[in-house]
Design a protein around this ligand. Structure first.
Ligand code: AMP
Length: 300
């Protein structure tokens, strides 16, 4: 088993030394165990790479929560159904390594996390929480997400794991899985980060044409208008939802769903009398185009 030197924290300028790159599950696990033998806590940030500032905000948060930070970069084939965008999902491992320099202690970039002979049989399902929203249009998505997160938790054995609320449903499902299956991991949720013009940061944005990128601004614009209306006392979720659907459709977006849901259990809300999340998925560029998701938390 490989031995790792884990001494050395952040340098005086707050930057960490060059991260250790780990390619196998065994290397990853022994690095993490060596950290904990040194009395250090380990914070994990799972990603699919093609990193942007939204991802890096999670890494910076992880550095404030754990002594050692590991970022995983792995496009999880287990969450893509046939015909989805696995093959064209943006990848840039070199760019990711450059962006992470000075921010984390280790980068876990495995070749594969599933066996190559199609023999993976065990999946984690989150029952009610995985039914609505993205679970409705991507039936195997959340079992793939929950399963790969469980695998990462077993391989990395982190004390803390940081997720973005850009994927609000995913964040709720991971929290619930940790609670239901007794993973000894503290799950931290970080706010969704946007580009200056309001577009939710996403690895997939690079695949938008200039015209579709402009159209896609209707999502954050509509969500912001809706939040303002709710803050001013609007409660009729059905009317507000329809206004948002119309705004996105007029901009050329093909709406997959727009839902006003209870922030805790994702059940559809007709009258806004509690904390809600308004969740959107819309495709730009027609068949084979780019499916974007976005959401905004709102309170009456
Ligand atoms: P992904 O690489 O898309 O699987 O995302 C990895 C992690 O980064 C997930 O926890 C996402 O929720 C989070 N993330 C992605 N985009 C954003 C964003 N715009 N703001 C905050 N977190 C994000």
């Amino acid at each position: 088993m490989a031995k790792f030197v884990t001494s050395g924290g952040a340098a005086e300028d707050g930057k960490k030394p060059d991260p250790t790159i780990l390619r196998s599950k065994e290397e990853m696990r022994s690095w993490s165990r060596a950290c904990r033998q040194d009395g250090k806590t380990v914070a994990l940030v799972p990603t699919m790479g093609y990193l942007h500032d939204g991802h890096l905000s999670l890494v910076r948060c992880a550095a404030t929560r754990g002594d050692k930070v590991v970022v995983s970069v792995y496009v999880n084939e287990g969450q893509f159904a046939p015909g989805e965008d696995l093959d064209v999902y943006p990848r840039d491992p070199k760019g990711d390594l450059a962006k992470l320099a000075g921010l984390c202690d280790a980068i876990f970039m495995p070749e594969a996390l599933y066996s190559s002979d199609d023999s993976h049989q065990t999946w984690i399902e989150a029952q009610h929480l995985q039914q609505p929203l993205c679970g409705g249009s991507r039936p195997i998505f959340f079992r793939g997400v929950a399963t790969v997160v469980a695998k990462l938790f077993n391989i990395v054995e982190p004390d803390i794991a940081v997720f973005g609320k850009k994927d609000y449903q995913q964040w709720l499902i991971v929290r619930r899985m940790v609670q239901d299956l007794d993973f000894p991991v503290e799950v931290v949720g970080m706010p969704l980060l946007r580009e200056e013009d309001g577009l939710a940061m996403s690895s997939r944005n690079v695949r938008l044409s200039a015209e579709d990128r402009t159209g896609a601004l209707s999502i954050s614009r509509g969500l912001t208008k809706m939040k303002d209306a709710v803050q001013q006392g609007a409660k009729d979720a059905i009317t507000l939802r329809q206004q948002l659907v119309d705004e996105i459709s007029l901009s050329g977006g093909d709406v997959d769903y727009v839902e006003v849901v209870d922030a805790r259990d994702l059940q559809t809300v007709k009258t806004i009398e509690q904390d809600v999340v308004v969740a959107v998925a819309a495709r730009y560029g027609g068949v084979g185009g780019v499916r974007l998701i976005d959401n905004m938390e709102m309170s009456p």
